[in-house]
Design a protein around this ligand. Structure first.
Ligand code: SAH
Ligand code: SF4
Length: 369
């Protein structure tokens, strides 16, 4: 069993069953989530017998590193992990805002670990996976093209963060933001995803603020409502990509189940309950959804909603003929929305040279490669 799969109460009751005092559970918890230990030998504050028992009963690392790639500008690192059952998942680290006059890492030695914050303007954003493959079948998405393999456990989700947190710790840096935008549909794996978020949040452990986590969904309506009721501080992004039901259905099969009106109604409910702004994701595909008409339709639908549109030129994939919108089209799209009162940002495509788009690296390898 994977140690990261346990929450603190479960770990405590297990240790009690083993006849250990409760504080041992807290020591293990801190070892895992404050000191970022990933092997039993690092837990030097535990008796040898307990370390041996942990090593015998638990796995500390749920995956091996199959391969990793850095973008040419070094801003983006993508890692492909192999799970024990052979499934591949990926997680990407994006570095933002490193001005040349930044103080050298040595002057940051006093920064306490896991405060989550960092030097002003410097972000270390992780994009992590919630499933191996995805069942939603969006035609433009490399993960969708692979199909569904399985849900990740909460510990497998958490472990991706710990992997990068350890790497950043070595250069005195912290993860500052987490986006659940890697492989998979987080709301299709609701319970494990929420358990992972809670584990990352735990003030006695990794202490990562929910407000710095963003969950992106294809638009599963009952889960958006459930998420709203739970009033988490996590940011919500909804992948829209079309403002007309037929057009959305052509690229996103989920639209057969949940029409745009229902999705937006659920978003309205979320905003009422949480007073939080929703982000709508829009992959700009040349000639498909990058037209001024598409922007007008979208603006009409979103008018009055506490929201923001994140548009990003499509990352072309092997299984879909669509191409990225041009820079001019993207700019025009943004202007059209903003003139209609809907805030919009055009995001840069990061790591395009390393297939850092969702599912693109795993999708290019066959199991056994
Ligand atoms: N399943 C969730 C989260 C993972 S995908 C969702 O769909 O929202 C994260 C984001 O990447 C989504 O907005 C998705 O639509 C987008 N995306 C997928 N494939 C893409 C591609 N080839 N180019 C640009 N964006 C893509
Ligand atoms: Fe799944 Fe999201 Fe890809 Fe659609 S875009 S197939 S929901 S991962």
């Amino acid at each position: 069993m994977l140690l990261y799969d346990l929450d603190l109460p479960a770990l405590t009751s297990l240790l009690t069953q083993w006849g250990e005092p409760a504080y041992r559970a807290r020591q293990i918890w801190q070892g895992l989530y404050v000191h970022l230990y990933d092997s039993p030998s690092q837990f030097t504050n535990l008796p040898n017998s307990l370390r041996a028992r942990l090593a015998e009963q638990f796995t500390f690392t749920p995956f091996t590193v199959k391969t990793w790639l850095d973008s040419a500008d070094q801003s983006t690192r993508k890692t492909l992990f192999q799970l024990p059952d052979g499934n591949l998942i990926e997680a990407v680290l994006m570095r933002y805002g490193d001005p040349a006059d930044m103080p050298p890492p040595s002057s940051l030695r006093d920064t306490p670990p896991n405060i989550g914050g960092s030097r002003r303007g410097v972000r270390r954003t992780l994009c992590i996976s919630t499933q191996a493959g995805c069942a939603m079948g969006c035609v433009f998405c490399a993960t969708g093209q692979m199909g569904f393999r399985r849900h990740l456990t909460s510990g497998e989700i958490v472990a991706q963060v710990m992997y990068y947190a350890r790497m950043l710790r070595e250069v005195n840096e912290n993860v500052t933001n987490i986006v659940l935008m890697g492989m998979g549909e987080p709301f299709h794996n609701y319970d494990n995803v929420m358990a992972a978020i809670d584990r990352l949040n735990d003030p006695q452990g990794f202490n990562f603020g929910a407000r710095r986590i963003t969950l992106s969904t294809v638009g599963l309506v009952p889960q958006i409502r459930r998420f709203a009721d739970e009033k988490r501080q996590v940011n919500l992004a909804v992948s829209l990509h079309a403002a007309d039901d037929d057009e959305r259905l052509a690229i996103m099969p989920v639209n057969k189940r949940y029409k745009i009106d229902e999705v937006l109604e659920a978003c309205r409910y979320y905003i009422e309950k949480t007073h939080r702004r929703v982000t709508f994701e829009w992959a700009l595909i040349s000639g498909v959804n990058d037209t001024p008409e598409a922007a007008h339709k979208l603006a009409a639908r979103l008018k009055g909603l506490l929201c923001h549109v994140n548009a990003i030129p499509l990352n072309p994939t092997a299984g879909y003929a669509g191409q990225a919108a041009s820079r001019q089209r993207a700019e025009l799209f943004k202007q059209t929305l903003e003139q209609a009162g809907v805030p919009c940002t055009i995001r840069m495509r990061r790591g395009i040279d390393i297939n850092a788009g969702c599912g693109q690296l795993a999708g290019s390898l066959k199991p056994g490669d």
